[in-house]
Design a protein around this ligand. Structure first.
Ligand code: UDP
Length: 360
């Protein structure tokens, strides 16, 4: 029996890990020890995903959140190291590109414990993004690089990683969408509660620092979604960071008059909102892909994206939120559009492929 310590802490990581954890437990050859750093700790950013996606409770909860990037990552590093010294795992498993990812990988690598990185090889080529720094450094010190797309594998090859380290498995979020997304329907749920009609509203999510920490960009997004709401209802589950910034800049009350501003929702409610939206406007990585899984046109409110396949195939449009007009035009152009048929995210068996590698 091999022991794997999984280090996670942010919303998208709970979702990604749910399928891999399940496959590990089913294998009977891997023992998983779950370490939750505490990066996301609110019930609706953390607990709800453990419950809805059938995950076991974390074995260690480190309660590290808030503060600057350096302070947060530093405290995580110290606490994760203690857990690893006590647990002595055969490998450490990390997901994506958050501070929890980097802290988990770095603590392990310094103790000579091999690291497995799920969602390796993604690049935005924008080093101003904290996520880009986290993912590049994590890839550099990982033993197994599980790539979600052919593009991600290409990036790693170009950066000089050995072919044996690069393991194309597909995207675990596709596994989750196939497994859990299929059981979500239009009737009842949040749609009924909000009085929204299927295919007659826009779903928005915003949380990246490049938008929340830049007042002009955030204002352009707010103004564009307010304008869109004149003709089509807009529902916006607010990330805690985005809510705090909008509150500080006194934009929240005016916005709430036009847009359905709601708290972050659980995975099942989110899938319902995504599946039946006329359009999704987002800066989230996961939500861009889920828009595609449910064949909903997407406008990505960023300067670049890691999920270039979707832009190339016409499912996704990049709209730099430099002005409200730029965002509104992209939304208008994308409404009612579809892209070419593509399948860039594997076969929906990424979790099983990862477990097969870790078993050996
Ligand atoms: N999500 C959710 N509730 C919400 C907003 C997002 O369940 O209110 C899910 C979404 O469906 C996707 C994941 O969270 O699976 C994306 O996480 P996030 O946007 O926080 O991070 P990113 O994908 O950009 O790393």
């Amino acid at each position: 029996m091999k022991k794997i310590v999984t280090v996670l802490g942010a919303r998208p990581q709970f979702i990604k890990a749910s399928v891999v954890s399940h496959a590990m437990r089913q294998s009977n050859q891997l023992q998983e020890v779950l370490v939750h750093t505490g990066q996301h700790f609110d019930a609706n950013m953390s607990d709800v995903f453990f419950k809805e996606l059938g995950m076991h409770r974390p074995d260690h909860f480190l309660d590290v959140h808030g503060g600057s990037h350096g302070a947060m990552t530093g405290r995580m590093l110290e606490h994760v190291e203690k857990v690893l010294l006590a647990e002595k795992p055969d490998a450490v498993l990390v997901y994506g590109d958050t501070n929890s990812t980097l802290a988990g990988a770095l603590a392990a690598a310094k103790l000579h414990i091999p690291v497995a990185h799920v969602e390796a090889g993604l690049r935005s080529f924008n080093m101003a993004m904290p996520e880009e720094i986290n993912r590049i450094l994590t890839d550099r010190i990982s033993r197994w690089l599980f790539t979600p797309t052919a593009t991600a594998a290409e990036h790693l090859k170009r950066e000089g990683f050995a072919a044996a380290q690069i393991i194309p498995v597909g995207d675990v979020m596709y596994d989750v969408a196939l497994h859990h997304g299929a059981r979500v329907h239009a009737d009842g749920g949040l749609l009924a509660l909000l009085g929204l009609k299927p295919k007659n509203y826009v779903l928005a999510t915003i949380h990246r620092a490049e938008n929340t920490d830049h007042p002009q960009r955030l204002a352009a997004i707010v103004d564009a979604l307010t304008a869109t709401a004149q003709t089509l209802p807009v529902v916006w589950p607010l990330h805690p960071r985005t809510r705090a910034v909008l509150q500080q800049t006194s934009r929240l009350d005016a916005l709430a008059r036009y847009v359905h501003l709601i708290d972050p929702v659980g995975y099942v409610d989110m899938v319902q909102l995504e599946k039946y939206a006329a359009l999704i406007a987002t800066d989230s990585g996961g939500v861009q892909k889920e828009a595609f899984f449910y064949q909903v046109p997407c406008v990505t409110l960023r300067d670049e994206t890691e999920w270039v396949e979707l832009v190339n195939a016409g499912w996704n449009r990049l709209a730099k939120p430099n002005s409200p007009g730029a965002v509104v035009s992209a939304i208008e152009a994308a409404l009612g559009s579809t892209g070419q048929p593509i399948q860039p995210y594997g076969e929906g068996d990424a979790a099983q492929k990862i477990v097969n590698v870790l078993k050996d």
